[in-house]
Design a protein around this ligand. Structure first.
Ligand SMILES: NCc1[nH]cc(CCC(=O)O)c1CC(=O)O
Length: 332
């Protein structure tokens, strides 16, 4: 936005004139929020009795496969174009080698197929990272306390091909290893999955706001150390721009900034610099903050739509948010 608005001196300019009535306000609304802007992240469990509310995300449930199907139908009814699957996998089957990440019958892949059965037109997005299947909770393979980059990328490629085979429309690499987008794109082309899109978690920060998510997928107790050797330092902007530039150059179709609200400056920079499809993830900790305050009566529920509108104002084409169904219902 480089325009230089001309404002007449008062009283020639009375900026309140255009705020006076709902009609005038509607005419001068600059940004919009529609269900088409939303991607709905869901948690799917394979553990008997693992379904139900996530304590640190009140109002968000872990779903069974049947629950995931019902969510897909809800998304279709509400015109939410995409659902994003996060697996809650059996802790006894987590290993250091993470083999289950590329098992066609892991809960993530079963959920893709289940959703495609009932809602073939719904876009299904996945998560590509080893953490749901990793004994130590990291997104990458670990040897002697070091997160291995290149070996992890090979594992991610295996994981991605199986997800594509299972019917995923959009792959979401959330691991922050170097070189994964190029490797994924090459492998997808090679395997005939040329139309599978990649939404890269390109600017993903080492944030404290992921806490409730790690509870939701059962990774909290396991994580040894932190993710600072692969996720971006929250102090950095330029580094995020390099990550986005690199991922687009390697073949990402869309890019994401994560977390959302505390990183709106990054969203705006990405949109302005790269003019690519840009998404933000309003992460679990942001959900917990809003929902906690709302449930305590400290905030009214309309802050939810306001928070999502702020992403649109910051240049995002869409938002991954646990509030997707609630907001879509409100907008309907
Ligand atoms: N691959 C891990 C992953 N994928 C999505 C989220 C966070 C989402 C949220 O907090 O809502 C995380 C957590 C992490 O990096 O530890």
């Amino acid at each position: 936005m480089s325009a230089n608005p001309i404002v007449a001196p008062f009283p020639a300019a009375r900026l309140r004139r255009l705020r006076r009535t709902p009609a005038l306000r509607a005419m001068t609304t600059e940004t919009t929020l529609t269900p088409g802007n939303l991607i709905w992240p869901i948690f799917v469990t394979e553990i008997a009795g693992g379904e139900g509310e996530i304590p640190s995300m009140p109002g968000v449930d872990r779903l069974t496969l049947d629950g995931a199907k019902r969510a897909a139908e809800t998304a279709m009814r509400l015109n939410i174009p995409a659902i994003c699957i996060f697996p809650h996998s059996d802790p006894d089957l987590k290993t250091e080698a993470c083999e289950r990440a590329w098992d066609p019958d892991n809960i993530g892949n079963r959920a893709i197929r289940a959703i495609k059965e009932v809602a073939p037109d719904l876009a299904v997005m996945t998560d590509i990272a080893l953490d749901p299947y990793n004994a130590n909770g990291h997104d990458g393979l670990v040897r002697d306390g070091v997160i291995l980059n290149d070996e992890t990328v090979e594992a991610l490629v295996r994981m991605a091909l199986v997800q594509a085979e299972s019917g995923a429309d959009i792959l979401g690499p959330s691991d922050m290893m170097d070189g994964r987008i190029g490797a994924l794109r090459l492998a997808l082309e090679g395997a005939g999955h040329k139309d599978v899109a990649i939404l890269s978690y390109a600017a993903k920060y080492a944030s404290g706001f992921y806490g409730p998510f790690r509870d939701a997928v059962g990774a909290s107790g396991r994580l040894v150390g932190d993710k600072k050797t692969y996720q971006i330092n929250p102090a950095n902007r330029e580094e995020a721009m390099r990550c986005v530039a690199r991922d687009l150059a390697e073949g990402a179709d869309m890019v994401m900034v994560k977390p959302g609200l505390p990183y709106l400056d990054i969203c705006r920079m990405v949109k302005d610099q790269f003019a690519a499809p840009t998404y933000a993830y309003q992460v679990s900790g942001e959900y917990a903050m809003l929902e906690g305050a709302i449930r305590n009566g400290w905030l009214k529920r309309d802050v939810v739509a306001e928070s999502l509108l702020s992403f649109r104002r910051a240049g995002c084409d869409g938002i991954l948010t646990y509030y997707a169904p609630q907001v879509a219902e409100m907008l309907a």
